[in-house]
Structures are given as C-alpha cells and as structure tokens.
Design a binder for this molecule. Structure first.
Ligand code: PDD
Length: 276
C-alpha cells in the first residue's frame, strides 16, 4: 500500500525514516486517528485542529493544511477514496543528533497512511473493562506518540480477558487506554473534565453536544471509582469505538450481555444518525 511521507506518496515498503528521527528516539511527536465513513471523514476538521493545537503545545512548527490537502491524494493512491477506512497522521520533531532539547535545524517528519476499516452502524458490544492505576504523566491532553503508559494498561486489560483498561488517578476515573468514559446515574451523564488528565476526545465532544441536543443533563465531573455502584450505566467513546456500552467494570455488573442501558442506547442511535 501507499503512504504519505514528507510531501510524497510512496510505497509503504519504500518509505524510509531515519533511525535518528526524534519520533523513534524520544517518542517526540503528535498523532491523530480519523475514520472515513459513508458520508466522508468523520469530524475531519476537529481532528486536524486538535493536531495543530497539539503540535503548537509541544513547539513543532508544522502547518497541518499541507497534510489536509494531501489526504485526497493519499486516499486516491490507496484506492480508498470512496471506501470506509482509517486514516493515521503523525508529525515528529524530525531528524537530529540525539540531544534532549529541541534541535535548532530539524525539519518535522510528516507521515500519513490509510487502511480499509469499517465500523458497525451501532456498536452492539457490551464491554467488560478492568480498572487500574493511571500511571501516565500529567499531560494526557497531548496526543503524544509516546504511548507506553497506554500500551501497558491495554495489555494488562487484554491478558485479563477484558476489552479496555479504565484508568484511576487519586481515586477518580480519568479515561480508558484509548477511549474516554462516560457514566449515567439517575438520568444524568458524567464524564471527566477536559483537563491535563485526559485526552479531549473528538467523539467525547460529539457525545456532549448530543446530550445537549437531546436535553440529557451532562456534567463534566470526574466519577470516583468507589461511586461506580451508584451509577446505572457506563459507556466508552472513541474514533474506533464510537459509543460502546460497558456491561461490567471489575466485579460490578451493570447488565448482562444483550442489555444496553436506556441513555446509552439513545445516544448510540443519535450518534448513528450523524453518519447518515
Ligand atoms: N485513541 N483517550 C485516549 C487516551 C485516546 O487515545 C483516544 C483515541 C481517546 C478518544 O479520542 P477520539 O474520540 O478523538 O478518538 C481518548 C485513538 C483512536 C488511538 O490511539 O487509536
């Protein structure tokens, strides 16, 4: 398949990145994941704006407009222009001798790939998730390619035969290893505020807007791990997850396999309409 690398479309086998790239040596870069659905790339501008904001946060000067303009070329080269697919974008600080501080000369490395990827109309799965300590750093708002904390958490969830790791910092649930989490209690919806302890997910923002439209009270307020038994429903959100019902967190069972909570279902249906 073809990829975009530093201004060119090249075969993925021929695409070369230096071993001195700071993305490789330091995990010094930003990434994005978007999906193309039947009606186009889902919230493309929000994803690109977040990437631009993130690059600014870490002091990489790279104009995302260049990537934006090359997406159609990439999709064409991959024969995916009219097909459901996943689009991955990454910009690193570039190639330089290994010194921690920013190099003065480096040119950012920009890469994108697209792969066939389809999502169900509504995610019918009822996830089983496991909580664990959030051992990541304190800048989780940055969509950094340094994902070791997320990788280790997700791996731990997988070996425990669960679908996602739910991270807990100082007793409060922050987010999943690659998803945001929402709770429903007494018809009210709760999710962690968009601060430095979570990634402000695009799907999260879409769901917040849907709550407003559907007149479901929404509070950006973190839930304590000890408060889970007082909640009626939980769901995960993310680009590759959309809205996924959570049936079980640790030993607490919300509902069995085929049941999905009333509010979760309502939001899933409204979300599905956005894709039509
Ligand atoms: N993950 N929180 C974390 C830590 C994430 O990595 C993601 C996305 C989200 C959800 O964000 P969004 O709704 O914008 O996709 C929340 C992507 C999909 C990934 O790493 O594959």
């Amino acid at each position: 398949s073809k990829v975009f690398l530093n201004g060119e479309i090249v075969d993925s086998n021929a695409a070369k990145i230096s071993v001195f790239d700071r993305g490789f040596l330091f995990g010094d870069g930003i990434y994005e994941v978007m999906v193309q659905l039947e009606n186009g790339i889902f919230y493309k501008n929000a994803h690109l704006q977040r990437m631009q904001d993130n690059l600014k946060k870490i002091g990489i000067a790279h104009d995302i407009a260049e990537l934006d303009s090359q997406i159609p070329t990439l999709l064409h080269a991959c024969q995916l222009e009219d097909s459901p697919c996943l689009i991955y974008l990454q910009v690193t600080r570039g190639v330089a001798a290994r010194k921690h501080a920013f190099p003065s000369e480096a040119k950012p490395t920009a890469m994108m790939y697209a792969l066939p990827y389809s999502l169900p109309h509504i995610n019918q799965k009822n996830m089983k998730v496991v909580s664990m300590e959030d051992k990541r750093w304190h800048q989780c708002d940055i969509k950094s390619i340094s994902l070791l904390g997320n990788v280790l958490a997700n791996q731990s969830a997988m070996v425990q035969n669960t679908d996602e790791a739910i991270l807990v910092r100082d007793g409060f649930i922050t987010e999943g290893s690659h998803t945001n989490i929402f709770f429903v209690g007494k018809e009210k919806v709760y999710t962690h505020p968009a601060n430095h302890h979570i990634l402000d997910g695009i799907t999260r923002r879409v769901v917040i807007d849907l709550c407003q439209e559907l007149q479901i009270p929404l509070f950006e307020k973190a839930i304590k791990i000890d408060d889970i038994p007082s909640m009626d429903e939980a769901f995960l959100t993310g680009t590759t997850t959309q809205i996924a019902s959570v049936g079980q967190i640790d030993n607490h069972v919300f509902y069995q396999s085929n049941t999905i909570g009333k509010t979760t279902k309502k939001l899933q249906e409204a979300f599905a309409k956005l894709k039509e």
